[in-house]
Design a protein around this ligand. Structure first.
Ligand code: FE2
Ligand code: FE2
Length: 398
């Protein structure tokens, strides 16, 4: 089978990318296309690239119904800078493609002019041939001359295919205002960006330290393997929102970001394992099913993710029901978990509004809303939530 390999940061995925995929398939030069969102990019400064699982699931959403096309997660589990040559070799090694498949690395004509400066271009061409898109308006003669030059240098054959005129660059679509008015995004991408509040102007993660940013990226690769897409996206949303709250309320952005990203890290482990983990810090009883992952998560974060900061571990442990005296990190992770942008189970407007200016007021409102919804079901809120609420009310200044 002839397979087009289409890699990129896709930050965000736009209609220009879509026209590449559709054009390659329509040209019949390939039978199908494997789309590979980059994990850890080699070339762009890492901080400016949206966390890779967001980009991966954005592309998945955009191509959900696209025929003859699949989105491959090979770079999402590979926590090192992804060179094209490594990815191509891994595709074969991991049997994503068979040894018999012919691979065609899809690219724009501009790539022909920079290809020689890529990392190990000769080895890339041992794994795949280049399949180059020609857009209306580009100088075809120049592109073909350059292709002939590369064919000679590398003893390869370069194929071309035509695509329609859509020209878009992700780099010009990086601000919220621009994407909202842009026609360049598929509807699914627009919805995804809106749901997860991406490309927002305050870019909260710019406020964590370089070391923490690198750590968050590393943990995303592990979490990608351990959590479903929905839960990982939720965890990243909580991470971004918690960092925003940390800046707003004078907490430590590194601690809040880390605790928030890992707060549900044990939630998809088998129940038996969660019970064993929780038993290391909770003695004498087994926490209820909904709460179990919080103490289990604190232990798992320490043992599996190497977290040593007790404040971070506590925020993970107390994110479901709170505790009598909450630290600022506890409060922020607790609230970010309930208020992250994809949460739509209740009317969160009032709590979100309080969280703009007053953390304790938001927490009180949140506890009261939970108490009310529990009461409707004939249930009582957890004893620790009750204590936390009572403490906050008793210590309100006005
Ligand atoms: Fe949770
Ligand atoms: Fe959560």
């Amino acid at each position: 089978m002839k397979i087009g390999i289409y890699g990129g940061a896709f930050d965000p995925f736009h209609k220009g990318h879509l026209s590449m995929i559709r054009g390659a398939i329509a040209s019949k030069k390939v039978d199908r296309v494997i789309v590979i969102p980059t994990g850890m990019p080699c070339f762009k400064p890492a901080r400016k690239v949206t966390l890779s699982p967001y980009r991966f699931y954005m592309v998945k959403a955009a191509l959900k119904d696209e025929p003859k096309c699949e989105v491959c997660d090979i770079e999402q589990v590979f926590g090192e800078p992804s060179y094209t040559v490594t990815t191509l070799k891994n595709l074969r090694k991991q049997k994503v493609v068979s040894d018999k498949d012919e691979l065609y690395l899809m690219c724009g004509s501009d790539i022909l002019f920079e290809f020689e400066s890529w990392y190990k271009p000769d080895e890339i061409l041992k794994q795949a041939k280049l399949l180059c898109a020609l857009r209306p308006g580009i100088d075809e003669g120049q592109a073909k001359n350059q292709a002939m030059h590369l064919e000679e240098v590398f003893d390869t054959k370069i194929k071309f295919f035509q695509i329609d005129g859509i020209e878009a660059a992700s780099s010009i679509l990086r601000t919220r205002a621009e994407w909202e008015s842009s026609e360049e995004l598929p509807d699914a991408v627009r919805t995804f960006i809106h749901t997860h509040d991406l490309y927002c102007e305050d870019s909260p993660l710019m406020n964590v330290s370089d070391e923490m940013y690198a750590l968050l990226m590393k943990h995303c690769f592990t979490l990608f393997r351990e959590l479903s897409g929905k839960r990982l996206l939720h965890s990243m949303n909580v991470c971004v929102l918690a960092t925003r709250y940390a800046m707003r309320f004078g907490a430590d952005p590194d601690k809040c970001a880390l605790a928030a990203l890992l707060h549900d890290c044990a939630k998809e482990l088998p129940e038996k394992q969660q019970i064993e983990l929780a038993a290391k810090i909770i003695h004498g009883y087994v926490p209820g099913k909904q709460i179990l992952h919080s103490p289990a998560g604190a232990v798992y974060a320490a043992e599996h993710y190497g977290v040593t900061d007790q404040e971070v571990l506590d925020a993970i442990q107390f994110h479901t029901v709170g505790r009598e005296i909450m630290t600022i990190t506890d409060k922020i992770v607790y609230l970010a978990d309930k208020l992250e942008p994809s949460r739509d189970y209740d009317d969160l407007t009032l709590i979100r509004k309080y969280a703009e200016t007053d953390l304790d007021a938001a927490l009180i409102e949140c506890y009261c809303a939970i108490r009310e919804s529990f009461a409707k079901k004939g249930m009582l809120i957890h004893e620790d939530t009750k204590k936390s609420l009572a403490y906050l009310l008793a210590n309100r200044k006005n």
